[in-house]
Design a protein around this ligand. Structure first.
Ligand SMILES: [Zn+2]
Length: 403
């Protein structure tokens, strides 16, 4: 199966991938859109393509994050409320729990703390040198804030990893969130913290949950410039999203000089996803993952932890997107135009009654106009980019018009 994976020309980075079928127990109810089938099908597709088989890739089974670890990003009162809800399995309206979006279920604490332990374990592996890259496609719970659940998220696994790297190793992390929705929870946890840079690219809060993530949210007092928001207009596709990424993110990262990148790759920006009005392709998801990896190579000696996030086209999009992500993060990106294995398509058809695409990407044209070639102040996407550059670039000693 390995022959299907692009041959490497340099030593691949030791990569740790989080997986345990117990991760499927994070399940709100039978009709909730965050259906763990998306994780089951991603893991199955990775296996069919041999993504886990390379010698430099190791699978790691997460434990359950303990309350002391969770308390590095969440309040003790909130953690206690999740425990209470978990034991009773009944609705409580405390701390954002028990809402229509984030209902409670018996075992919600263990389910969420297992996801958190997965990403935290990747931070430990990077800190010890056991891995250079890490992937937890079950993670990316970016709407969980310090004392509040929200948007299907209970414990913020990426924030936990960032705190660990920083407190245990003095490491300077940047968080890059590419989900269709604003990474509001992660931003809130680090908003007053000049040592952690959070960057979120998302559909504007004018037209999408959670209604935040505007360019003028730049960080609290003493931490100005440590929160970066690129709020793209609804309808943005590959060319606009890639153009905006390149116009802001590499420059800000080079100014901040991170030691490690922690990224969130919610794939609900795909054109088939029911939860957003963005029109990205799998090809763009793949390219964005590769670009994050290149930036990690350039600035962080390769160190990069990638998580999943949102993604609600659970058969047709999520497994392909996160298999691409896992392969890209492990330094063995899948070649363009690769066929989806027939055995996997047959399994999805016979088990879920869904016909899935025949190729691992969408055959999209990823050409886009670079920012250096000029911008159009009348264009909605360009206006969004200009707003972010005007807010952020001066705080990092850069010129919003010429850098
Ligand atoms: Zn999302």
């Amino acid at each position: 199966m390995l022959a299907r994976v692009t041959q490497l020309t340099r030593t691949p980075p030791p990569t740790s991938v989080v997986w345990d079928s117990a991760l499927l127990n994070y399940r709100f109810n039978a009709t909730h859109p965050m259906d763990p089938v998306r994780l089951e099908l991603t893991e199955r597709l990775c296996r069919e393509l041999g993504v886990f088989d390379a010698e430099h890739v190791s699978l790691t089974v997460p434990g359950i994050a303990d309350d002391d670890a969770l308390a590095t990003v969440h309040s003790r009162e909130y953690i206690a409320a999740v425990h209470r809800a978990s034991e009773a399995g009944k609705a409580s309206t405390d701390h954002g729990l028990g809402t229509e979006d984030t209902p409670v279920f018996e075992g919600i604490h263990r389910g969420a703390a297992r996801i958190a332990a997965g990403t935290l374990g990747l931070a430990e592996a990077l800190a010890s040198g056991a891995a250079v890259r890490g992937v937890n496609f079950a993670g990316g719970m970016h709407h969980a804030s310090r004392a509040k659940a929200g948007g299907f998220c209970v414990y913020n696994d990426a924030a936990l990893a960032i705190q660990h790297l920083r407190h245990r190793c003095g490491v300077h992390a940047v968080y890059i969130d590419l989900d269709a929705h604003h990474g509001d929870g992660t931003q809130q946890i680090f908003y007053d913290d000049a040592d952690v840079l959070t960057i979120s690219m998302h559909q504007s809060g004018v037209s999408l949950f959670p209604g935040t993530g505007f360019p003028n949210e730049t960080g609290g007092p003493g931490a100005e410039g440590s929160a970066v928001n690129i709020a793209v207009p609804e309808g943005t596709g590959d060319a606009g999203f890639l153009r905006a990424f390149e116009a802001v993110i590499p420059a800000v990262l080079r100014a901040f000089e991170p030691d490690v990148i922690v990224s969130q790759h919610g794939c609900d920006s795909h054109t088939l996803d029911p939860m957003s009005d963005l029109h990205l392709s799998i090809d763009a998801h793949r390219l964005l993952a590769l670009r994050v990896g290149e930036l990690a190579d350039e600035l962080c000696d390769g160190r990069w932890i990638a998580t999943g996030g949102g993604g609600y086209a659970i058969h047709t999009v999520v497994p392909r997107s996160w298999t691409q992500l896992t392969a890209a993060a492990s330094g063995a990106a899948l070649p363009k135009g690769l066929a989806v294995p027939g055995a996997w398509r047959d399994y999805v058809r016979s088990t879920y009654g869904v016909d899935t695409p025949e190729t691992m990407d969408d055959g999209a044209d990823l050409r886009f106009r670079s920012w250096e070639a000029g911008y159009d102040p009348e264009d909605d996407l360009d206006r969004a980019v200009i707003q972010t550059r005007r807010e952020i670039f001066p705080l990092w000693g850069m010129d919003p018009w010429f850098d």
